[in-house]
Design a protein. Structure first.
Length: 114
């Protein structure tokens, strides 16, 4: 089982990034997928979630209207489009697959700074 995040990096405030999480080793289309983020010394925060067929999404209040979660079950990939980024969005972002068991990716760093 693998979840591999990519797409992180350094971006200026107001900019955009698109994170990807490529899954393998399990039936991706059967799992709820979530994005979390975590800063050093803080608890991991749920950012966004999407159900198995992509018809239902949920967001943390702090990212509503700026972030969009989506998935492509044919590509076994979940995405997080992040627009209007703020310095407080700086964190390590993780994807997670949820069903009877849970799988985590290794994380990708997002830094929002001028």
């Amino acid at each position: 089982v693998q979840l591999v995040e990519s797409g992180g990096g350094l971006v200026q405030p107001g900019g955009s990034l698109r994170l990807s999480c490529a899954a393998s080793g399990f039936t991706f289309s059967s799992y709820v997928m979530r994005w979390y983020r975590q800063a050093p010394g803080k608890e991991r925060e749920l950012v966004a979630a999407i159900n198995s067929f992509g018809g239902n999404t949920n967001y943390a209040d702090s990212v509503k209207g700026r972030f969009t979660i989506s998935r492509d079950n044919a590509k076994n990939t979940v995405y997080l489009q992040m627009n209007s980024l703020k310095p407080e969005d700086t964190d390590v972002y993780y994807c997670k697959a949820v069903r009877a068991v849970e799988y985590w990716g290794q994380g990708t760093q997002v830094t929002v700074s001028s």
